[in-house]
Design a protein around this ligand. Structure first.
Ligand code: NDP
Length: 315
């Protein structure tokens, strides 16, 4: 049978390119989990994913209520779940003041980390039940959260500190909107959320891989300088960033190539190892990359997991 894969944020950028790559293979049915389902349907048609290979379902990760609703709707669909791809994200580098999710968490960490944390926990049972040959949970990471790289050292750097802001619910009222308790910084909040994504993947691996056989992985697909992720950035940045990445850092990848990379992590029979953070070299060959000290700290992973459980109402 075809594999069934949920991709969050499949209505643009990397998620859409991945849906296209998998949809064209004919081996997958893609559940496009999107906040704007009219756009998702339009984009699926625009890039030519065969109708029988996708379903659009509503999911707004900035609302835990919506995440729960999505998980319920999916369970009622009767479809098995074989692979979950947590891809959606917001990036607010020029925001001067924080904005918040429906439950009042700072928007970047609330969407990118807490929304996906609850989603993957709620869908774990469905993955366990699947009889698919290789079941996977993939959380898209980023080089920017990795302070052991050049890109990860461009300030403001990711740093979760002692997690005091996260413990305080990131609400900007009686606690800081930032995980480390500091002043609001939109670019840092995004990087912090990506560190949480990578820590979550590893904690999933430690707690569930052996028992369930599910592969938990993260990846850095390369710098896709053309996606909507940079839509909030100042115009000169949006103009100069793609050529800068293409000719100076040489880290540039097209959306199509990045989509193929993520599609590999979904379906390639050689990428089944769990607990791994995948990257690609300039010849587009995949390799197991090293995470920064903070992004691979098991103690921090456990703490982020435990606090996040409380925030999303699982503990
Ligand atoms: P895009 O902005 O193009 O895609 C992000 C997607 O997330 C969009 O489809 C967007 O929906 C969706 N989304 C945002 N908020 C929500 C929400 N509340 N609920 C549901 N969906 C939501 O950016 P990219 O494709 O570049 O980003 C995809 C992933 O790749 C992210 O995890 C990002 O961190 C990661 N990444 C990107 C890199 C890059 O260079 N671009 C590099 C490394 C990692 P909508 O279509 O409605 O706007």
């Amino acid at each position: 049978r075809k594999g069934n894969v949920i991709i969050t944020g499949a209505s643009s950028g990397l998620g859409l390119a991945t849906a296209k790559a998998l949809g064209e293979s004919g081996e997958w049915h893609i559940i496009m989990a999107c906040r704007d389902f009219v756009k998702a349907e339009r984009m699926a048609r625009t890039v030519g994913i065969p109708k029988e290979n996708y379903t659009v379902m509503h999911l707004d990760l900035a609302s835990l209520e919506s995440v729960r609703q999505f998980a319920d709707n999916f369970k009622h669909s009767g479809r098995p779940l074989d692979v979950l791809v947590c891809n959606a994200a917001v990036y607010l580098p020029t925001a001067k003041v924080p904005t918040f999710t429906a439950e009042g968490f700072e928007l970047s960490v609330g969407t990118n980390h807490l929304g996906h944390f609850l989603l993957s926990r709620l869908l774990l049972e469905d993955l366990k039940k699947s009889d698919f040959k290789s079941k996977r949970v993939i959380i898209v990471g980023s080089i920017t959260g990795n302070t052991n790289t050049l890109a990860g050292n461009i300030p403001p750097k990711a740093n979760l500190g002692d997690l005091r802001g996260l413990s305080g619910r990131l609400n900007g009222v009686n606690s800081s909107p930032m995980i480390d308790g500091g002043e609001f910084d939109g670019a840092k909040a995004y990087k912090d959320s990506k560190v949480c994504n990578m820590l979550t993947m590893q904690e999933f691996h430690r707690q569930y891989h052996e028992e369930t056989g599910i592969t938990f992985a993260s990846l850095y697909p390369g710098c896709i300088a053309t996606t909507g992720l940079f839509r909030e950035h100042i115009p000169p940045f949006r103009l100069l960033f793609p050529p800068f990445q293409k000719y100076i850092t040489k880290g540039f990848v097209s959306e199509e190539e990045a989509g193929k990379r993520l599609a590999q992590v979904v379906s390639d029979t050689s990428l089944t190892k769990s607990g791994v953070y995948w990257s690609w070299n300039n010849d587009s060959a995949s390799f197991e990359n090293q995470l920064s000290e903070e992004a691979s700290d098991p103690e921090k992973a456990r703490k982020v997991w435990a606090i996040s459980e409380k925030l999303v109402g699982l503990a």
